[in-house]
Design a binder for this molecule. Structure first.
Ligand SMILES: Cc1cc2nc3c(=O)[nH]c(=O)nc-3n(C[C@H](O)[C@H](O)[C@H](O)COP(=O)(O)OP(=O)(O)OC[C@H]3O[C@@H](n4cnc5c(N)ncnc54)[C@H](O)[C@@H]3O)c2cc1C
Length: 394
């Protein structure tokens, strides 16, 4: 009998495995892939991570970003730079492998190329079954199988429709072509319905992508948005971008089921721990896994007989932030042109948002502040924002 089984070894699973193995518990952690493996992602870890990280990963930082270039439908580019960093661009294959190795060093048994097909949960244990025909029994199961794993989704009933869909590509480039983009993120509003397009520069390639809520595509294909963005962008138009990967981004949503059930916990993307505005999830994967590990530790050490510590954190702490970011995303993505005009005239809005990314300002506080600015717009615009009547006219 193991103490804990962890399914999935992205940042969430590795963190849970590392934390629990470091406390001396017997941990088995499984992933269907072997590491290093590709993960479709912009790879920008917000500087919030500095307050919670278990390790120094500075050797993996490809560039530190202190601002962004914003545009609307690839035009009118707007540079907004702050005097403090807001994120670290990393390569997910290397970052995730580093975290897996830390979990292994802490004593977790890491088993790669094991796809979990199913599990059986009883009042006293959980048994996980893999496609290799093996079975692993533990006192607790941490589901960290990401957005497409399906293990957590099946058990908890999270709604897969509460997700964005995305297409990404890694484009090798010559640094001289994008000198003005170094140290910045490039974010384009308006080229994807209810979403955005981006370029996050790494040392050897540009992480390029588009993501949007599938419910708003209304017959448009995401593929077409990707093609239009890369065809019209001044740098990307010179590249022949053939290779692209699709992935879903599961957002936190109001009324989600609890993230623990019996002896099973869901963390990271598997539990929709993703900011519904920009789709930031790496920090939240790590943070949710740390809190979930504390809850499991409480039970294993018999300090408590409930995992409610983790559910309470989701309900009382993170839900408020995510719900505010959900409202912000509606405001911005329903009216991207209005939003772009607003930040053109008031770049301080984005500077303040950078502080939300850094964890200095609460998303709820930011939303209230920005909404009060929007309310000062002419009444027609406001009516549109409230009731959708002016939709599409801004
Ligand atoms: C296009 C895109 C861009 C993004 N950009 C950013 C960004 O710039 N910054 C940011 O913070 N976040 C970003 N995110 C979100 C971020 O990628 C995720 O939130 C983060 O990877 C979540 O980590 P995780 O450990 O929960 O899941 P994952 O990293 O997805 O890891 C899940 C692991 O589970 C394994 N697995 C799945 N099913 C099984 C199974 N049945 N059995 C065994 N193993 C299984 C997978 O192989 C994988 O290794 C982006 C997401 C997408 C899709």
């Amino acid at each position: 009998m193991n103490d804990v089984i962890v399914v999935g070894l992205g940042p969430a699973g590795s963190t849970a495995a590392y934390r629990l193995a470091s406390m001396g518990y017997k941990v088995v952690a499984l992933d269907k892939e072997s590491f290093p493996r590709y993960k479709s992602c912009g790879g920008c870890v917000s500087t919030k991570i500095d307050a919670i990280k278990d390790f120094d990963f500075s050797h993996l930082i490809e560039s530190t970003v202190s601002g962004a270039i914003f545009s609307f439908k690839v035009h009118n580019s707007l540079d907004i730079l702050s005097d403090k960093p807001l994120g670290y661009n990393v390569r997910r294959d290397l970052f995730d492998t580093f975290l897996v190795e830390k979990a292994r060093e802490a004593g977790a048994k890491i088993l790669e190329e094991r796809r979990v097909k199913d599990f059986i949960s009883t009042p006293n244990s959980v048994t996980v079954i893999t496609d290799t025909g093996e079975a692993f029994k533990g006192k607790f199961l941490v589901c960290a199988d990401g957005s497409i794993g399906g293990v957590a989704r099946q058990h908890f009933g999270f709604d897969s429709k509460e997700s964005a869909i995305s297409l990404t590509s890694e484009v090798p480039y010559d640094a001289s072509m994008v000198e003005d983009m170094m140290g910045k993120l490039y974010i384009d509003f308006g080229s994807v319905p209810h979403g955005y397009a981006w370029i996050f520069p790494k040392k050897k390639y540009l992480s390029v992508g588009v993501a949007g809520d599938a419910r708003y595509l209304k017959g448009r294909k995401l593929q077409d948005c990707f093609e239009a963005f890369t065809r019209d962008h001044r740098v990307l138009k010179d590249f022949d971008i053939e290779e692209r990967k699709g992935c879903t981004i599961p957002f936190f949503y109001k009324g989600m089921p609890p993230v623990t059930k019996g002896r099973v916990l869901a963390v990271g993307d598997a539990a929709h721990m993703v900011d519904p505005f920009l789709g930031e999830g790496i920090y939240f994967a790590i943070k949710s896994a740390q809190v979930a590990a504390e809850a499991v530790e409480g039970c294993l050490s018999k300090k408590t007989n409930t995992l409610s510590h983790y559910n309470d954190w989701v309900r009382n702490d993170i839900a408020r932030e995510f719900i505010a970011l959900g409202k912000l995303s509606k405001l911005i993505f329903n009216y991207p042109r209005l939003w772009f005009g607003l930040i053109e005239r008031n770049p301080d809005i984005m500077l303040r948002y950078f502080d939300v990314i850094r964890g200095g300002t609460q998303a709820e506080e930011f939303y209230k502040w920005v909404f009060s600015k929007v309310k000062k717009k002419p009444w027609k615009v406001l009516r549109g924002l409230m009731g959708g009547r002016a939709k599409g006219q801004m």
